[in-house]
Ligand binder design. Structure first.
Ligand SMILES: *[C@@H]1O[C@H](CO)[C@@H](O)[C@H](O)[C@H]1NC(C)=O
Ligand SMILES: *[C@@H]1O[C@H](CO)[C@@H](O)[C@H](O)[C@H]1NC(C)=O
Length: 353
């Protein structure tokens, strides 16, 4: 994807390098083969802008609306992931939705935790310090009470997973230090209060985990249209039980088979033309996980509806994409550069004669 954004600038660099190189080439210009190769390569570099299709080479009027932000496990660079602090931080970014991960405990409560393999509590809680000789294998081994007796924030300050802890205020560090694993219900209450959508992966280990999860959502009283339902397992049941949920698909064939309106895929899974085509058909396209401003810029120009991000604090203040140029400005720049380069080459050639 990077090459699409940088192609115009790479060409400028290549023209510069070519001009410098010409000096050396001219020293041996009598070698016919070298001369021929040099001329062919030069022509290719001079003319390649004709083939460059970067999504940010567009007129300002054609620039699509800025993609909305979805906080990946909240705002995991500003707070420990999947904690209420993290989701509260993402509210400050004006997110469209909270993205999270749901699992069902032994006592059939839904809680938020990404890791779901044996030892699943170890990365983001202090379980190893409290129970050094026990390995917890899956969500159904533990109760919500047990889960909420663990600390889910100290690891963040200790391991500094995104090298951002030094930027936190003393107050934020204190808040981070006191985080616990939230229940899904707590998140739904926050979402309901702020009218923010919720999208999640369900890491299911039990037979009825989908039913349990849907019931918790319905009982919370949240507006059904705020639920972006992603888990594919038992989707037909979910559609019947909660017809107001928005069904979100993780690939295009699933979307088309279900005449869906929401697609959620990795940012490099779709071409710009594909994104445009989907948007024309009124399909919302969410792309994950987009953290850098240059990548966000590119997907903005391409017309993404929203992105899932770790760094909503960086993307929220962007007023326009980086590197937008109208096609005519770009053409004026590359033709001028080409002409200047040819003139310099002619001078260099004459000098060494
Ligand atoms: C699309 O997603 C569905 C549901 O997750 C899955 O069963 C199917 O294999 C996927 N198809 C492709 C082509 O990846
Ligand atoms: C997309 O939505 C707009 C506005 O709601 C509507 O006018 C248009 O017909 C829709 N297009 C398709 C292809 O569904």
């Amino acid at each position: 994807v990077l090459h699409k954004a940088t192609a115009p600038f790479l060409q400028f660099g290549a023209v510069g390098a070519l001009t410098l190189l010409s000096w050396i080439i001219f020293q041996s210009f009598n070698a016919f083969l070298i001369a021929l190769i040099f001329l062919v390569v030069s022509a290719a570099i001079f003319l390649c802008p004709l083939l460059i299709k970067s999504p940010c080479l567009i007129a300002v009027e054609e620039l699509p609306e800025k993609p909305k932000l979805i906080g990946h496990r909240g705002a995991p660079m500003s707070a420990p992931e999947n904690t209420l602090m993290s989701f509260n931080k993402s509210i400050e970014c004006g997110v469209l939705a909270f993205e999270t991960d749901v699992q069902i405990s032994k006592d059939k409560a839904a809680f938020l935790m990404h890791d779901h393999k044996p030892g699943f509590l170890e990365r983001t809680t202090n379980v190893k310090a409290k129970f050094p000789h026990t390995t917890f294998n899956q969500s159904s081994d533990v109760t919500l009470n047990f889960l909420q007796s663990l600390n889910a924030g100290e690891w963040f300050l200790k391991t500094d997973p995104h090298q951002t802890v030094s930027q936190l205020s003393a107050e934020d560090k204190m808040t981070a230090r006191n985080q616990v694993i939230p229940s899904l219900l707590q998140l739904l209450q926050l979402a309901k209060q702020h009218e923010i959508s919720v999208i999640f992966d369900l890491y299911s280990s039990g037979e009825n985990d989908t039913e349990i999860t849907v019931d918790i959502i319905l009982d919370s009283g949240i507006n059904q249209s705020l639920i972006l339902w992603l888990p594919p397992h038992r989707r037909e049941y979910v559609k019947r039980r909660a017809p107001g949920f928005i069904q979100v698909y993780s690939n295009e064939s699933d979307l088309i088979n279900n005449t869906g309106r929401y697609l959620n895929v990795a940012y490099n899974a779709l071409s710009r033309d594909k994104i445009r085509e989907l948007r024309r058909q009124n399909v919302s396209v969410n792309l994950w996980v987009v953290n850098e401003q240059w990548l966000f810029s590119l997907l903005w120009c391409a017309g993404a509806s929203s992105v899932t991000t770790n760094s909503c604090h960086l993307l929220k203040d962007m007023e326009h994409p980086d590197w937008v140029m109208t096609p005519s400005t770009y053409m004026a720049i590359w033709i001028s550069l080409d002409v200047i380069s040819v003139l310099i080459m002619i001078c260099l050639y004459v000098i060494q004669l």
